[in-house]
Design a protein around this ligand. Structure first.
Ligand code: HEM
Ligand SMILES: *[C@@H]1O[C@H](CO)[C@@H](O)[C@H](O)[C@H]1NC(C)=O
Ligand SMILES: *[C@@H]1O[C@H](CO)[C@@H](O)[C@H](O)[C@H]1NC(C)=O
Ligand SMILES: *[C@@H]1O[C@H](CO)[C@@H](O)[C@H](O)[C@H]1NC(C)=O
Length: 454
């Protein structure tokens, strides 16, 4: 990977924290400061709301019929609004998401506790739990451990994640797609499996679509789409079955790896900082107790847990350069002209580690998200979900999930290092997202939770 980067990067302009380079044939501007990031994402967010077209993502999304990789257009705006509205179904003020996460957490906890005092890698179990949540939200399927369909979803998702992560070259040099390539073939196979499964779910949903509140994301999209059997007005004009399908696929692509990796980073840091884990558990004991599971109404009383989540996403943003943006018109950043079509990478890693924004940025210090009075305080240079027109559509969903997973896990169990094991390596490796190296934990049930659930 490093060798390849050296060959292709030709840095041609450097303006302090802003620099321009060629990634293959594409002139790309990299934004490293908070001020410039605010210009790109917020002040001139419209100018920079485009997305480049790439070979792998074109395949993945049937030519941009999704949200994340579709270029800016009126149809994209409509589609994004429809998806956003559908997500509010599961948002704050409804107990739907909570019920879904609770059932996934119960089986995750008993799975984690099944290994006694042996050390094991928690990543597969965490990914399975998050995948299960997304399956329920998207098409109302809830799976038991070991279910073949759940296993199919997990394995095609892994296949896509792995090939996309390694397919970097294909994206930079589109002409490479004419070369036979095993990665590209594997990607196509995984996409075919994915599409077969999702098409089946879509057809089932169409057949059973009923009046009343939609029961999941597929239902909500079908109802919002014009021409659906129970369409309400014109709001979804131009949204096709392909859009619905690609949106469902993207809930997995964008929602599983990010959320489970964020959880694994936070666990890794808790293993390094047992005092932080203890403080979260003390906060849970004082504000929730051990007689019932923590729920969304408790969120306001658990500020320290929120800080731990934020600090985890600050110090190890799973999407360290967001998703590439492109300039849709001639524009500027920091007074420097940027031509239409230029790719722009916002380096959130450097913004989250800039000593001008953060005191001792390399230390894990959740208290930095509290002010002098002990109230939550979120600095404006903290942007793990991006900002502006292209901000993560799943942000509030992801935050609710992170809160529910972590509060439930830490209420019920403590995480320790296996006897004699070194603490997790925190360096990270870049795949589709920034992941921790595999590590092992020992799980110790807390008093009253020995069976995993109540
Ligand atoms: C901890 C979890 C998550 C993190 C850290 C995260 C972060 C991000 C980031 C950084 C972006 C790119 C913003 C940009 O390009 O400027 C993004 C976009 C997106 N995210 Fe998330 N995300 C998370 C979870 C989710 C979930 C659960 C979903 C949906 C189920 C989701 C759906 C999307 C979509 C559809 C986009 C594309 C938005 C657009 O291009 O208009 N994300 N996310
Ligand atoms: C428990 O340990 C076994 C063997 O070490 C491992 O295969 C299994 O995945 C572990 N359980 C979980 C929940 O990871
Ligand atoms: C084909 O895929 C492999 C990864 O399996 C990658 O290393 C290689 O660069 C790709 N070749 C081409 C021509 O894209
Ligand atoms: C959380 O639990 C409390 C106490 O059992 C209950 O009163 C409240 O309604 C619950 N909130 C939610 C959102 O389920």
């Amino acid at each position: 990977k490093i060798k390849f980067v050296c060959l292709c990067l030709l840095i041609i302009n450097v303006y302090g924290s802003l620099f321009g380079l060629f990634l293959g044939p594409h002139y790309t501007v990299v934004v490293n400061s908070h001020q410039h990031a605010k210009e790109v994402l917020l002040q001139r967010g419209r100018d920079f709301a485009g997305r480049p077209s790439m070979v792998t993502t074109e395949l993945l999304t049937r030519g941009g019929k999704d949200i994340a990789f579709s270029d800016y257009s009126p149809l994209w705006k409509l589609h994004r609004r429809l998806v956003h509205n559908s997500f509010t179904l599961f948002g704050e003020g409804t107990s739907r998401l909570q019920d879904v996460v609770f059932s996934a957490v119960d089986s995750l906890c008993s799975e984690l506790m099944s290994n006694g005092s042996r050390g094991f890698d928690p990543s597969a179990a965490v990914t399975r739990a998050v995948t299960n949540v997304v399956c329920t939200l998207v098409f109302s399927s809830t799976y038991r451990h070991g279910d073949a369909e759940l296993q199919e979803v997990i394995s095609y998702n892994n296949g896509i994640v792995e090939t996309i992560a390694r397919g970097g070259l294909v994206d930079i040099y589109p002409w490479m797609k004419v070369f036979p390539n095993s990665s590209l073939r594997k990607l196509k196979e995984c996409i075919a499996v994915r599409d077969r499964l999702l098409t089946r779910k879509l057809e089932e949903h169409k057949a059973s679509l009923a009046e009343g509140d939609p029961s999941d994301l597929l239902d909500a999209l079908l109802k919002g789409k014009k021409g659906g059997p129970k369409s309400h007005g014109l709001e979804g004009e131009g949204i096709t079955d392909d859009h619905v399908l690609m949106t469902a696929a993207e809930a997995f692509g964008a929602g599983v790896e990010t959320t489970s990796t964020t959880l694994l980073w936070i666990l890794a840091y808790l293993l390094h900082h047992p005092e932080v884990q203890q403080r979260v558990q003390k906060e849970l004991d004082e504000n929730v107790g051990a007689d019932r599971a923590a729920n969304l109404s408790d969120r306001g009383h658990l500020p320290y847990l929120d800080c731990v989540i934020n600090e985890g996403m600050r110090i190890r943003p799973v999407s360290p350069v967001l998703i590439p943006h492109t300039a849709m018109t001639d524009s500027s950043i920091g007074g420097h002209a940027v031509r239409r079509g230029t790719r722009v990478l916002v380096n959130m890693w450097s913004i989250h580690h800039d000593p001008q924004n953060w005191e001792k940025p390399d230390l894990f210090q959740p208290e930095r998200f509290l002010d002098d009075q002990g109230n939550r305080a979120t600095p404006s240079c903290f942007m793990p979900f991006g900002a502006g027109p292209r901000v993560c559509v799943g942000e509030s969903l992801a935050r609710l999930e992170l809160f529910l997973f972590l509060s439930s896990l830490l209420q019920r169990m403590s995480f320790r290092l296996p006897e004699g094991a070194p603490p997790p390596n925190l360096q990270g490796r870049l795949g589709v997202v920034l992941q921790p190296m595999p590590y092992e934990v020992v799980v110790i049930p807390r008093p009253g939770w020995e069976g995993g659930a109540r």
